[in-house]
Design a binder for this molecule. Structure first.
Ligand code: SAM
Length: 243
């Protein structure tokens, strides 16, 4: 295993990454929801709705929303009657989620501080595992995928929503210019923090392309894997089954 990992465009020591990612999300937590809307022009809502339609949560199912942050995916799954655990490594992100849940009168959700690479949940516990815009921030992605596989029941489903690489010519260039120049400026303006948003954009560029990530999911033991690109692959839904 290599001693260095990517942190945006930087290569840093493996043991430094988790703490530096932690700082980014502690900095952005209070402005996270506002910034998501500002940066994506509200599109993240459309992608998240589509993602949850793919997951098809059912009443009584146990679902783990990993890297669940402020609860955007969990709140979309909750009306199904599924029993949802939101897990995230960052207490500040979770605190925003807990407050949002309280405002909505949702007291059934479980909120758990956890590193995706090493979970304390038992084997074969969950019916589905979701992770949205979280996996690219994890230091040891194969370890997180193996943990996802471990905590799922046989017949359990894995779903990942993540930025990827758009294949649409023209659009890729426009998006590149927008994300590298405008997003850090928006971060500065709205959250007084250009650097965290620069990291978020750069980390997208360093994330493995769709076929490579799909192979990583297979290597963790998942079968019948599928990739659904959105906007030519700007964002992608990867899924797989544990049998
Ligand atoms: N899923 C939420 C959403 O779609 O709005 C939050 C996504 S946010 C971009 C990424 C989240 O991943 C942050 O809340 C961060 O704390 C979390 N995260 C980063 N590394 C993690 C790790 N190793 N284990 C668990 N969560 C992690």
């Amino acid at each position: 295993m290599s001693d260095t990992v990517s942190f945006g465009y930087e290569d840093i020591a493996r043991e430094e990454k988790t703490a530096r990612v932690g700082k980014v999300f502690s900095n952005v937590a209070s402005k996270y929801d506002l910034m998501n809307d500002a940066m994506s022009g509200g599109l993240h809502r459309v992608w998240k709705d589509r993602f949850v339609r793919r997951v098809k949560p059912q009443a009584g199912e146990h679902i783990l929303d990993m890297a669940g942050g402020t609860g955007d995916i969990a709140f979309r799954m909750e009306p199904s009657g599924a029993i949802i655990t939101v897990a995230d490594i960052n207490p500040e992100m979770l605190a925003v989620g807990v407050e949002r849940a309280a405002q909505r009168g949702l007291d059934e959700m479980v909120w758990s501080e956890a590193n995706a690479e090493k979970l304390s949940f038992p084997d074969k516990f969950f019916d589905a595992y979701t992770i949205a815009f979280g996996i690219r921030n994890v230091t040891d992605i194969p370890a997180a995928l193996r943990e996802a596989h471990r905590v799922l029941k046989r017949g359990g489903r894995f779903y990942c929503l993540e930025f990827s690489t758009t294949q649409w010519p023209g659009f890729a260039q426009v998006y590149d210019a927008y994300s590298h120049h405008l997003v850090p400026k928006l971060g500065q303006l709205l959250a007084n923090d250009a650097d965290s948003y620069r990291y978020l954009i750069e980390s997208i560029r360093r994330f493995p392309e769709m076929p490579v990530f799909e192979k990583m999911i297979q290597d963790a033991g998942f079968v019948r894997t599928r990739v659904e690109p959105l906007l030519g692959g700007l964002v992608a839904i990867h899924s797989g089954w544990k049998i």
